[in-house]
Design a protein around this ligand. Structure first.
Ligand code: KIV
Length: 310
């Protein structure tokens, strides 16, 4: 790889052999420009390198390593048990699979609520150990000071208001927010406080669509909605939900773009049947002491993948 200055003064990465281009990493500045141009931002969650690669290659602009992994990967009922070490582990994995998308690491419950100092120290850890490009934290004005400190330290911050799952017990469950008296004003004030503190984007989760549209018009940074209507500057979904991994889970705001749960079960069912019938593996899927096939000059190793060759 060589790094070279482009005409605009930035650097891009190109393979020295044949100038094969590597897609440029999406920046927080580009996300802001997308909002200004009225281009919608596509965000999804990712938790490992393979999904990271697939979602990246399919064109997602931002991949969020959400603490939702506590539910969809670890099997907990809430996101509360997830630790900073676990977040860093999953962030590292996702970043290894992703070339273009901006990767956000979620600050887990308990890693920033104690004090601003604690939040700064743990965000620095997530960036260093998780190799993610920015962090996300839940809460509005109450965390404005922390957001400003992180931005001052060079760490981009995505805010998150509305239904904040880390406050599950305080909120009395996973419920739509902002419908009560004063809800609209509180959400607007929180979004403004985060934007004023320097957050580069704000997630709006499970709030009425008209409030989300008003917030999106009121702040200069992109809003990313989940259950917040089409008036947001971008949308985020938990990838396992939009891919239909769990046939029993279909909240109103989720659209299933595939039914992978059913597809995976059908494939595994067929595998089990073929193993039991002795029809897998075939001779072509097995090795012999002497192969009749001429070895190819540059045959890749058994477990080489195209990703490994990049
Ligand atoms: O943890 C998560 O996946 C999230 C998104 C749903 C916004 O916070």
């Amino acid at each position: 790889m060589v790094r070279r200055a482009t005409e605009t003064g930035s650097y891009d990465n190109r393979k020295a052999d044949g100038m094969q281009t590597t897609p440029r990493r999406v920046t927080i500045q580009q996300l802001r420009q997308m909002k200004e141009r009225g281009e919608k931002i596509a965000v999804l969650t990712a938790y490992d390198a393979t999904f990271g690669r697939l979602l990246d290659e399919a064109g997602a602009d931002v991949l969020l390593v959400g603490d939702s992994l506590g539910m969809v990967v670890q099997g907990h009922d809430t996101t509360l048990p997830v630790t900073l070490e676990e977040m860093a582990y999953h962030c590292r994995a996702v970043v290894r699979g992703v070339r273009r998308a901006h990767v956000v690491g979620d600050m887990p419950f308990g890693s920033y609520q104690v004090s601003v100092e604690q939040g700064v120290a743990n965000a620095v850890r997530l960036i260093k150990e998780g190799a993610c490009h920015s962090v996300k934290l839940e809460g509005g004005a109450v965390h404005a000071e922390l957001v400003a400190r992180l931005v001052g330290a060079g760490i981009p911050v995505m805010g998150h208001i509305g239904l904040t799952p880390q406050s599950y017990h305080q909120l009395g469950g996973f419920k739509v927010q902002g419908r009560d008296a004063g809800g609209r004003e509180r959400l607007l004030a929180d979004a403004r406080a985060l934007a004023d503190a320097g957050a580069y984007a704000v997630v709006l989760e499970a709030i009425p669509a008209d409030i989300a549209r008003e917030i999106s018009a009121a702040i200069a940074v992109p809003t990313i909605g989940i259950g917040a209507g089409v008036g947001c500057d971008g949308q985020v979904l938990v990838s396992y939900d939009m891919l239909g991994m769990d046939e029993t889970f279909k909240p109103r705001f989720v659209r299933r773009f595939a039914t992978l749960g059913t597809t995976i079960k059908a494939a595994v069912g067929q595998y089990v049947a073929e193993v039991r019938a002795g029809s897998f593996p075939s001779d072509a899927e097995s090795f012999a002491v002497s192969e009749t096939r001429a070895p190819q000059a540059a045959e890749p190793g058994l477990y080489s993948t195209s990703a490994a060759k990049k």
